[in-house]
Design a binder for this molecule. Structure first.
Ligand code: ATP
Ligand code: MG
Length: 639
C-alpha cells in the first residue's frame, strides 16, 4: 500500500486524541462547550441500547448556533456566494441571512406551523433552501428535504410517511439547461392528501404555475412577516429533521436526527476535517437534498462562520469545465465532492482542469462511495497539484456526520490513496467477523461502531422496530452500517463496498470496490461496476460492467487486455466470467452506482424499486448491452 502522500497542514494535537480515548463521553461533553446553549445538560449521554440521548435536558437552537452567533459578531461576513448554471449570482452575509431566516420563520408561524410539525422542503439549490431549513429549526419544526430531482411519486411517498402539513417549493429549478417544474410535481404528489394544509411557492424560474387554494406565494407571505423572531429553546434531543437515505440498497429509510448531539458532532468534525479558517472559501458540491448538504453545507459550515459557494445546476453545464470555472472565479480553497463526479471529470481528460488556475485550493475532500486509488491520485495530482491533502470521509445519513477520515485540523499523517484513514477522535469503529469478534489487521470483515456517537440517528421515523432490525440485530450492542471493510496494520480503514454486495468466488470473499478499483486503474476505463451471479462450481461468478474513457474503442483486443489486467492487479480470482462495455451505469440520484440493478439484469430478475435511479434509460441501456453481448458470445462470456 502506498504511503508516499505524507501531507498535512502542520497541526499536531495529539492531546485531543488522548482525551478522546481516555473517556469518550467526557470528551464529547468538552466538545459541546463550543456551542451556545440556553441551558446546560444534566447528563451528557443516556444510553439505552439502541437508543442514545445526548446532552439530556440541555437546551439550544440549531438556527441560533448556525446564524445568530456569527451575525452578532460579524454581520458583514459573507455566508453564501450563490451562482447557477445560467450564470446568475447572489451573495448573502450572515447579517442578511439572520433577517431572512427570521422573516421566513415568522411566515411559517403565520401558516400555523408549530414545534414538532413536519415541513417538507422541495427546493432547488438556492439560498432560500438554506434559509428555509434554518427557519424551521428556529421554531422547532422538523424539516424533511426532498432532492429537487425526485418525481412526484417519490415526493408523495415521503410526504405521506412524514405527514408534513406544509410544503415549501419553487415554481422551478435549473438543471442541465432545462427548467425542472417543481411546483407541478408537488401538485401531483399531494393530490387528495387532506393533511397537507399549505404549499408555499418561491418564484425562481419564471415558470407559469397553477395556483390552488392551498397555495401561498412566498413574497406575499414574507411581506406580512416581522423581521424579528426569537430562536425557540429546544431540548437537545428534539428532532431536527427527517431525511430519507439515498436508496442505493432499496427503499429509502426515514432517518431521524436530533439537535444537540448532531450539532456537536458537526461542529467538531467540520473543524477537524476541513481545518476551517476565517478566509477560506469552501465549496461542497453536494445537493442539500442529501445528508452531506444538511451536515456540511448547512449546519457545519455556518456554525463556523464559513463563506461558501452554493451552486444550482449540473457541474458540467454548460461546459465540462464548469466546476473548475467556479473554483477559479471564487478562489475556492476547500473543495468537497464525490468519487462519481471525479470519475466523470477524469473521463473528460486533464486538459480542462489544466487550463484553469486552481492554485487557490488547499484541501480536497470526497464522500459517498469508496474512492478508487487511481481516482484519488488524479484528484491529488491534477486538481491538487500535489499540494493539497485529500480527506476521504466515510459516513452515512444515519451517522449524521463523518466517522472515519483524515483530520488535517488535528494531526498530520501520511495519506494512503483509497483509504479513509483512521476513525475520528471520540468514535469507535472496528472490523469484525460474522460473530462480532474483531478480526486481525489486514483481514476483511464488517464495519461496526462500538459506542454511541453524538451525530447518531435517534431512530427511523415512526419505526423503532425497523431501526432495531436494520442496524442493531446483526450484532448485539454494536451498530451495523452494512459496509464491508479492512483495517490495515497502521489502523487505516479501506472500504470495500456494501456488505450485501460481497462476492464469494471459489471460497474467496471479494468486496466490489476491490475489483472495480482494479479496473479503474486501467488507462482506458472511466468507471466500473461488478456484481456476482450464482455459478455451479465457483459459488459465484463475476460480471463486470465498464464505461470507457472518451474516445476509447471497445474492440476485442481491449477486452482481452482488460481481462489480463484485472488478473494481474487483483489476481486470477477476480477474472470476470462476463465483461460488458456500456455507455453509462445505473446510478441513484445522489450519483451512486446501483449494483443491485446490475445484479437483477445479470440474473434476468425483475428490477425492483427504481424510484431513486438517476436515469431510467440507464437500466434499459444496461439491459440492451447485456442482451447484445450475451447474444454475440452465445452466452459464453468474452474470455
Ligand atoms: P440506502 O441506505 O438507502 O441504501 P445509501 O446507503 O447510499 O442508501 P447514504 O447514507 O447516502 O445512503 O450513503 C452512505 C453509504 O455510502 C455508506 O454506508 C457507504 O456504503 C457509502 N460511503 C459513504 N462515504 C464513503 C466513503 N468515503 N468511502 C466508502 N464508502 C462510502
Ligand atoms: Mg445506507
Amino acid at each position: 500500500m502506498d504511503t508516499s502522500y505524507e501531507i498535512g497542514l502542520g497541526n499536531d494535537d495529539r492531546l485531543l486524541r488522548k482525551r478522546a480515548s481516555d473517556d469518550y463521553v467526557k470528551f464529547w461533553e468538552e466538545q459541546a462547550q463550543n456551542l451556545q446553549w440556553f441551558a446546560k445538560w444534566d447528563s451528557p449521554l443516556e444510553w439505552n441500547p439502541p437508543f442514545a440521548r445526548w446532552f439530556v435536558n440541555g437546551k439550544l437552537n440549531a438556527s441560533y448556533n448556525a446564524i445568530d452567533v456569527i451575525a452578532q459578531k460579524n454581520p458583514g461576513k459573507t455566508a453564501i456566494l450563490w451562482e447557477n448554471e445560467n450564470g446568475q449570482t447572489r451573495s448573502l452575509t450572515y447579517g442578511e441571512m439572520l433577517v431572512y431566516v427570521c422573516k421566513v420563520a415568522n411566515a411559517l408561524k403565520l401558516l400555523g406551523v408549530a414545534k414538532g410539525d413536519r415541513v417538507t422542503v422541495y427546493l432547488p439549490m438556492i439560498p432560500e433552501l438554506v434559509v428555509t431549513l434554518l427557519a424551521c429549526s428556529r421554531i422547532g419544526a422538523i424539516h424533511t428535504v426532498i432532492f429537487s430531482g425526485f418525481s412526484s411519486q417519490s415526493i408523495r411517498d415521503r410526504v405521506v410517511d412524514s405527514e408534513s402539513k406544509v410544503i415549501i417549493t419553487a415554481d422551478g429549478g435549473f438543471r442541465r439547461g432545462e427548467v425542472v417544474p417543481l411546483k407541478k410535481a408537488v401538485d401531483e404528489a399531494i393530490f387528495g392528501l387532506e393533511f397537507v394544509e399549505h404549499v408555499l411557492v418561491y418564484r425562481h424560474a419564471n415558470l407559469e404555475v397553477n395556483f390552488g387554494k392551498k397555495d401561498r406565494l412566498w413574497e406575499d407571505l414574507l411581506e406580512k412577516a416581522p423581521e424579528h423572531c426569537p430562536a425557540e429553546e429546544m431540548e437537545s434531543t428534539h428532532p431536527l429533521y427527517i431525511l430519507y437515505t439515498s436508496g442505493t440498497t432499496g427503499k429509502p429509510k426515514g432517518v431521524l436526527h436530533g439537535t444537540g448531539g448532531y450539532l456537536v458532532h458537526l461542529y467538531s468534525t467540520f473543524k477537524w476535517i476541513f481545518d476551517i479558517r476565517d478566509d477560506d472559501i469552501y465549496f461542497c458540491t453536494a445537493d442539500i437534498g442529501w445528508v452531506t448538504g444538511h451536515s456540511y453545507v448547512v449546519y457545519g459550515p455556518l456554525m463556523h462562520g464559513a463563506t461558501q459557494v452554493l451552486y444550482e445546476g449540473a457541474l458540467v453545464f454548460p461546459t465540462p469545465g464548469r466546476l473548475w470555472d467556479l473554483v477559479e472565479k471564487y478562489g475556492v480553497t476547500i473543495l468537497y465532492t464525490t468519487p462519481t463526479a471525479l470519475r466523470m471529470f477524469m473521463k473528460y481528460g486533464d486538459l480542462i482542469p489544466n487550463s484553469h488556475n486552481l492554485s487557490s485550493l488547499r484541501l480536497l475532500g470526497t464522500v459517498g462511495e469508496p474512492i478508487n486509488p487511481e481516482v484519488w491520485r488524479w484528484y491529488f495530482n491534477v486538481i491538487g497539484k500535489g499540494r493539497c491533502p485529500i480527506v476521504d470521509t466515510w459516513w452515512q445519513t444515519e451517522t449524521g456526520g463523518t466517522m472515519i477520515s483524515p483530520v488535517p485540523g488535528v494531526e498530520t499523517i501520511p495519506l494512503k490513496p483509497g483509504s479513509a484513514a483512521r476513525q475520528l477522535p471520540g468514535i469507535h469503529v472496528a472490523v469484525v467477523d460474522e460473530n462480532g469478534n474483531d478480526v486481525p489487521p489486514e483481514t476483511k470483515g464488517y464495519l461496526v461502531v462500538k459506542t454511541p456517537w453524538p451525530g447518531m440517528l435517534l431512530t427511523l421515523w415512526g419505526d423503532d422496530d425497523k431501526y432495531r432490525t436494520v442496524y442493531w440485530s446483526k450484532y448485539k450492542n454494536m451498530y451495523y452500517p452494512g459496509d464491508y471493510a479492512i483495517r490495515d496494520k497502521d489502523g487505516y480503514f479501506w472500504m470495500l463496498g456494501r456488505a450485501d454486495d460481497v462476492l464469494k468466488v471459489a471460497g474467496h470473499r471479494l468486496g466490489t470496490a476491490e475489483i472495480e478499483s482494479g479496473f479503474v486503474l486501467h488507462k482506458s476505463v472511466a468507471e466500473a461496476a461488478v456484481c456476482g451471479i450464482p455459478h455451479e462450481v465457483k459459488g459465484e461468478a463475476i460480471i463486470a460492467f465498464l464505461v470507457l474513457k472518451e474516445g476509447v474503442m471497445p474492440d476485442k483486443k481491449l477486452r482481452e487486455e482488460l481481462i489480463l489486467h484485472i488478473r494481474k492487479v487483483v489476481g486470477p480470482i477476480a477474472t470476470p466470467d462476463k465483461l460488458y462495455i456500456v455507455s453509462k451505469l445505473p446510478k441513484t440520484r445522489s450519483g451512486k452506482i446501483m449494483r443491485r440493478l446490475l445484479k437483477s439484469v445479470a440474473n434476468n430478475d425483475k428490477i425492483g424499486d427504481v424510484s431513486t435511479l438517476e436515469d431510467e434509460g440507464a437500466v434499459d441501456e444496461v439491459r440492451s448491452a447485456f442482451a447484445e453481448l450475451d447474444k454475440a458470445v452465445h452466452g459464453d462470456g468474452v474470455r
